[in-house]
Design a protein around this ligand. Structure first.
Ligand code: NAD
Length: 479
């Protein structure tokens, strides 16, 4: 299926007629074409967005809210169609797309449709000076939203929904690897009555289309989720233009397990936090640190549980692990497994590509567990972003904490313990933006979401996102 850009409410071919292939990772075959848009397409999208801005930014909150909630309803009505499209485009199990990706995309619109009606600004009375200050929170204008391939519609809408709720108009680019559900979203926005030009979606490569968005002199804010290297590049381009930036980048998250945890719950959740979505979630706990007392038991039980996971075609209902997103990504992930032994690691389970019957050219890999002894090895320091976890033991709280923190990333951490004192110590001292205690990926959309160190700058979620997509202006009135 060939997809088109969505500009000013219409589906359009790219101006230069240039296309790139879109692959179905479950079979390793091209199944469609997507525009490789140039800066002329981005310019066109920008022009329509900026035309739509005066009216949209003056549209009542009630009306904006109603449209966002309508988009959410329509996504729910079209759940199966969207989930199928996401699963084919990305290789993720259809069940996962039905249970997580599409419902969450719908929640993003519903949440920000409601949140905008509760968003308020401050006033400061300058007592004794007969003056009062109040803050206006005004939309920025035209903003750019750029998202990755791992949770395609989920992360795309996590940016678009707060941007338009706050009164901005948007030029957005989904990943060129997974563009399909972003394309389908255009239809739904039209049906929900989103005015033309408020949301414009241009497809194409990062280095051409994405680059045109970040370089555009009048796109005043960029909300980006993707790799740390790309984030650094965007920061270099955007900083001299004084653009507002929100960067959600890579992770190498620790999962710290103490002997006093509720063992069965921890074990089941650790299987999920290691391998959900083929391990391609920025929040996956890819470095597992286990207290020495239970290390051997954990190792045995974890291997057993992981060996029961079924790698298979994403459409099959008993598939736990689908295909990786692309041939290039499969090779990247495999290259880390290949260096494991030279780094002193021991492959405890998995490590091989899988031939799925009837889909022999698909990008399948076994869930892989590697025991390591040196936290400084590449396997423990670099983001692999696939179904590969390392495990390592530790003796004391201090050692567990320093192993967790000795990494350049700082997105999230998971802690398994029932000791309150330890919970508080770790919560304070872990160098991450998010800490989960006795759970994983339990999300409340009101909370600040994002990382520290090389995992990013800024926070998404709740009012943080609405603050990012507005400029505060202080008004001082003397009376
Ligand atoms: P990526 O950085 O390669 O691409 C992300 C997006 O940026 C894509 O749309 C791409 O086309 C675009 N892009 C690439 N070069 C660009 C440029 N020069 N200018 C503008 N845009 C450009 O990342 P990816 O491989 O798609 O995604 C995987 C990465 O995303 C992993 O590192 C993962 O940790 C990260 N991620 C982070 C979070 C988070 O919330 N922190 C969430 C999901 C994924």
């Amino acid at each position: 299926m060939n997809i088109k850009n969505y500009i000013n409410g219409k589906f359009e071919n790219p101006i230069h007629g240039d296309y790139i292939d879109n692959y179905d990772p479950s079979v390793g075959e091209v199944y469609g074409q997507i525009p490789n848009s140039t800066n002329e397409d981005v310019e066109k999208a920008y022009e329509f967005a900026s035309k739509a801005f005066p009216k949209w930014s003056n549209t009542t909150l009630e009306k904006r809210s109603r449209i966002l909630i309508k988009i959410s309803d329509l996504l729910e009505e079209n759940l199966v169609r969207f989930a199928k499209a996401e699963s084919i485009d990305n290789g993720k199990p259809l069940n996962l797309a039905k249970q997580i990706d599409i419902p969450r995309a719908a929640s993003n619109f519903r949440f920000f449709g409601n949140a905008i009606s509760q968003f308020s600004s401050e006033s400061h009375e300058s007592v004794g000076l007969n003056a009062v200050n109040f803050t206006l929170r005004q939309p920025i204008g035209v903003v750019g939203c750029i998202s990755p391939w791992n949770l395609p519609l989920y992360l795309f809408t996590w940016k678009i929904a707060p941007a338009i709720a706050a009164g901005n108009c948007v030029v957005a680019k989904p990943s060129e690897v997974t563009p399909m559900t972003a394309f389908l979203l255009g239809e739904i926005c039209n049906e929900a009555g989103l005015p033309k030009g408020v949301l414009n979606i241009v497809h194409g490569l990062g280095t051409t289309t994405g680059q045109a968005i970040i370089e555009h002199p009048n796109i005043k804010a960029i909300s980006f989720t993707g790799g740390t290297k790309t984030g650094a590049h965007i920061a270099r381009v955007a900083a001299p233009m004084f653009k507002k930036l929100s960067l959600e980048l890579g992770g190498k998250n620790p999962n710290i397990i103490f002997a006093d945890c509720v063992y069965e719950k921890m074990l089941a959740t650790t299987v999920r936090s290691s391998f959900a979505n083929q391990g391609q979630i920025c929040l996956c706990g890819s470095r597992i640190f286990v207290e020495e007392k239970i290390y051997e038991k954990f190792k045995k039980d974890f291997i057993k549980k992981v060996s029961e996971l079924k790698v298979g075609h994403p459409e099959k209902s008993d598939t736990d692990i689908g295909a990786l997103v692309s041939a290039a990504h499969l090779e990247k992930v495999k290259s880390y497994i290949d260096i494991a032994e030279s780094e002193g690691g021991k492959i405890l389970f998995g490590g091989n590509k899988v031939e799925v019957s009837g889909s022999e050219n698909g990008y399948y890999l076994q869930p892989t567990i590697i025991e390591v002894s040196d936290n400084q090895c590449k396997l423990n320091q670099e983001e692999i972003f696939g179904p590969v976890v390392t495990i390592m033991s530790f003796k004391t709280d201090e050692e567990g904490l320093s192993l967790a923190n000795e990494v350049k990333y700082g997105l999230s951490a998971t802690l398994w313990t029932n000791n309150l004192n330890r919970t508080m110590q770790f919560s304070k001292l872990l160098q991450t933006g998010i800490v989960w205690v006795n759970t994983w990926m339990l999300r409340d959309l009101r909370t600040p979401f994002g990382g520290v160190k090389e995992s990013g700058v800024g926070r998404e979620g709740g009012f943080e996102a609405l603050r990012f997509f507005t400029e505060p202006k202080n008004i001082c009135i003397k009376y």
